[in-house]
Write a protein that binds this ligand. Structure first.
Ligand code: ATP
Ligand SMILES: Nc1nc2c(ncn2[C@@H]2O[C@H](COP(=O)(O)O)[C@@H](O)[C@H]2O)c(=O)[nH]1
Length: 203
């Protein structure tokens, strides 16, 4: 029987560096598969449909919700974001690990359906540094930055619901820690699988 892949979920407040850490992690040979999310927010300069996100209209997104085609979805500061279900389920079944980069409401929905997922929360060294990062990124208006920072405080309160908390003080340090989590979870699952096979042999 083929072993299923592991679902990794990376969350954290907007601007903490999830995308930066994930992209750097994917440059290493981790064998992880990234699940591209769907969103109704406007495309930022330099973003591409089908690479950064699947950019959709509100109507298209709501149709996906109605048809149960999303594993989770959330309204984050005025826009929908969601994970297409089919890609994640098929890829895990094929034995590959899948990596989601999503906000907290969505992560909590995933936790209900995939309790065996590995939930990682990325935190900034301080709220001041988080504000600096969002501002320096320069992709949001000051109103949206304020809304995202307000959301950040609520999100950080949820960090105890995660399996691992990683501080993104320095990108390389954070990537090394997330990579170590991925490797360690693999060793854990392999050990459990071996013990399970042994048990079956005895019976
Ligand atoms: N360790 C770090 N030190 C300094 N700057 C960082 C660090 N990590 C990321 N950044 C910068 O912070 C900004 C936000 O990073 P990024 O876009 O990756 O965050 P995010 O958590 O994915 O945001 P969002 O949730 O809004 O998509 C970027 O300009 C990025 O270059
Ligand atoms: N619940 C979900 N949240 C998602 C998904 N894809 C991205 N996100 C998160 O939304 C915010 C805002 O993203 P931005 O690209 O507009 O800055 C951020 O926290 C993302 O991680 C998803 O599929 N589901």
């Amino acid at each position: 029987m083929k072993e299923k892949g592991i679902l990794f979920i990376l969350s954290g407040p907007s601007g903490v560096g999830k995308g930066t850490v994930r992209k750097s992690l994917f440059e290493k040979d981790t064998n992880l598969k990234y699940s591209i999310s769907m969103t109704t927010r406007k495309m930022r300069e330099g973003e591409k449909d089908g690479i950064d996100y699947f950019f959709r209209t509100h109507e298209e997104f709501e149709k996906m919700i109605d048809e149960n085609k999303l594993l989770e979805h959330a309204n984050f500061v005025g826009n929908y974001y969601g994970t297409p279900r089919e890609y994640v389920e098929r890829t895990l079944e094929d034995g590959y690990d899948v990596f989601l980069e999503i906000e907290v409401q969505g992560a909590m929905q995933v936790k209900e359906n995939f309790p065996a997922g590995v939930f990682i929360f990325l935190i900034p060294p301080s709220l001041e540094e988080l504000k600096n990062r969002i501002m320096l990124r320069g992709t949001e208006t000051s109103d949206l930055i304020r809304d995202r920072l307000n959301e950040a405080k609520k999100e950080i309160e949820m960090m105890d619901a995660y399996d691992y908390i990683v501080v993104n003080d320095d990108v390389d340090h954070a990537v090394t820690k997330v990579e170590a989590i991925v490797k360690s979870e693999h060793c854990k699952r392999e050990r459990i699988a071996k013990q399970f096979k042994k048990l079956l042999e005895v019976d």
